[in-house]
Design a protein around this ligand. Structure first.
Ligand code: SAM
Ligand code: SF4
Length: 512
């Protein structure tokens, strides 16, 4: 495509009427002054007030901005210890002790935008640009599937070469891949594709819905408007703050009711960003009755050719990241929280313990990175840490393979889930919101987590992981029969046992 065509394409992306329809009296839901006042007015919360707020979270009720601001302002380290503990309790009530795994797949690093912190930005001349062909997408998917993954998050830069038609075709290509499992009788495939892509118009989002998109994820990056303007040049598509702010609203209108938000922590003050995420959840609830399916909190990482991550005065420490996750867990108790391989292994372990629900492993974010890694895994017969800085967006903190991460979490008593049943049975959107806030979804998911973990252990696990996994499954199976909710639903438990037996004897992809 010539430069002129690219410019024409850029001009037609934003539809002003698809922003205006969500504004109230011409205003969006982020009011800087209000957020600053909330933080200021709750500067010195007393212990008993904080404990009342925590009790509300434990009832799985979303907190108000002022309650969240009070949590943000806690200084007493002993009280923080209490909050870490309660955050995990909230997670267990809603999601049980399970963690869902996914793998990201970067399909193209072509981008018309110029975000100062991103290796894909158009002015980064050192970046080797690549867009995967359908055949290459299938080859990358094969490697991911052969690791045992069932969920993928597909990621694109924003460019006419990776427009909606390319996205739809690539999703079809991913869903077509079927691979014989290395150890057991199963065939692996991707059962749910989530996507992280630029904001789109409603008509394009409908096309994603038709081809079976799972969750649609758009990070606002920063809710602070002056900072947003500084890092996203105004003449670019991404320079339009409100086009991005209402991306998830448009997705809801297009029928995609699993939407996900996030902020890129390190661009501006983390306390403000947490408030921004909360206001985003509140506005989605207000306009659609459904909050975000997940919230992400990526930290700014070094990106090739950019010094933003080195120079920003707002970089978030490990200790503050733990606080951010804890506050989000307590403040939006129903939402999933995603911790990624951007973080190193030991920190990730610690952060999962304050209430994260999803993570990735075996991750490669270079374009074509999975096949590159496969060659090295075969050569070395071990994990490779090589990262191709110039073909990827930033540098990862944890490049361990899925089996190693699963083994570690299993030994910590956390059950791995590859479950995609909720989405395939229509437990999404308002239906899942009700199940989550009433703590029922976690129970269904417990059963489906056990079924999919059993599949993984049979088909993909190393002998050591299988040994640890079988031990954990025995404990989990014993718990199922003790749970109050399960004793009231014996028919579901009976069906579950039937499915479990079928999986042990070679059947696959069974769920409740
Ligand atoms: N181009 C689309 C967009 O910007 O929404 C989607 C893809 S973009 C590669 C996905 C996310 O990566 C961004 O939303 C941003 O939060 C994150 N990201 C970009 N640069 C980063 C960096 N240096 N460190 C950590 N995360 C980064
Ligand atoms: Fe492009 Fe997204 Fe990177 Fe911005 S963050 S340069 S839009 S890929």
């Amino acid at each position: 495509m010539s430069d002129l065509n690219v410019k024409d394409w850029v001009k037609q992306v934003i539809k002003q009427d698809e922003i205006d329809k969500y504004l109230v009296d011409g205003k969006d839901f982020i009011d800087e002054e209000t957020i600053k006042q909330e933080l200021e007015h709750n500067k010195k919360p007393d212990k008993s007030k904080i404990r009342d707020i925590i009790s509300k979270s434990l009832e799985i009720k979303r907190l108000s901005p002022s309650e969240t601001a009070a949590l943000i302002n806690v200084k007493d380290e002993e009280l923080w210890e209490e909050m870490y503990e309660k955050a995990l309790e909230v997670k267990k009530r809603v999601y049980d002790n399970r963690i869902v795994f996914f793998a990201p797949l970067y399909l193209s690093n072509l981008c018309v935008n110029n975000c100062s912190y991103c290796g894909f930005r158009t002015e980064n001349c050192n970046e080797t640009r690549k867009i995967l062909s359908m055949d290459e997408i299938k080859k990358e998917t094969s490697v991911v599937v052969s690791e045992g993954h069932k969920r993928m998050i597909a990621v694109w830069g924003e460019h006419p070469s990776s427009d909606i038609d390319y996205m739809v075709d690539s999703m079809k290509a991913i869903y077509e891949v079927k691979e014989k499992a290395p150890n057991g009788p199963g065939y692996g495939s991707i059962r749910r594709i989530n996507i992280n892509a630029a904001p789109m118009k409603t008509a394009d989002l409908k096309k994603l819905w038709e081809v079976g998109v799972g969750t649609y994820q758009v990070f606002q990056e920063t809710y602070h408007k002056p900072t947003y303007r500084k890092v996203h040049p105004p003449q670019t598509i991404k320079g339009n703050y409100q086009w991005r702010l209402y991306a998830l609203h448009r997705a809801m209108d297009a029928g995609i009711d699993d939407v996900a938000t996030g902020a890129l922590f390190g661009l501006y003050d983390w306390q403000f960003e947490v408030m921004g995420l909360l206001y985003h959840a509140i506005d989605l609830e207000r306009q659609f009755g459904i909050g975000p399916h997940t919230v992400s909190f990526p930290r700014l990482m070094h990106a090739a050719g950019s010094d933003v991550a080195e120079k920003s005065p707002y970089l978030v420490s490990d200790a503050d990241l733990k606080k951010i996750i804890t506050i989000l867990r307590l403040s939006i108790p129903y939402t999933g929280l995603i911790i990624t391989a951007r973080e190193n292994a030991s920190l990730r372990r610690d952060l999962i313990q304050v209430g994260c629900t999803q993570t990735d492993a075996s991750t490669r974010i270079g374009i074509g990175g999975y096949n590159e890694a496969l060659k090295k895994w075969k050569e070395l017969q071990e994990e490779s840490d090589t990262q191709e800085e110039f073909k990827q967006q930033f540098v990862l903190g944890d490049t361990r393979r899925l089996d190693a991460v699963i083994k570690e979490l299993t030994e910590m008593g956390i059950i791995t889930s590859f479950c995609t049943a909720g989405y395939r049975c229509g437990r999404t959107g308002d239906k899942i919101m009700n199940l989550l806030t009433n703590c029922i979804e976690g129970k269904f998911c417990k059963l489906n987590a056990i079924l999919t973990f059993r599949e993984y252990l049979e088909d993909y696990a190393s002998p050591e992981t299988k040994k640890a996994g079988v031990l954990l499954l025995e404990k989990e199976m014993a718990e199922v029969s003790k749970y109050d909710w399960f004793t009231k639903h014996p028919e579901i438990v009976k069906e579950f046992h039937k499915l479990y037996e079928k999986i042990s004897s070679g059947k696959r992809d069974l769920y409740i």
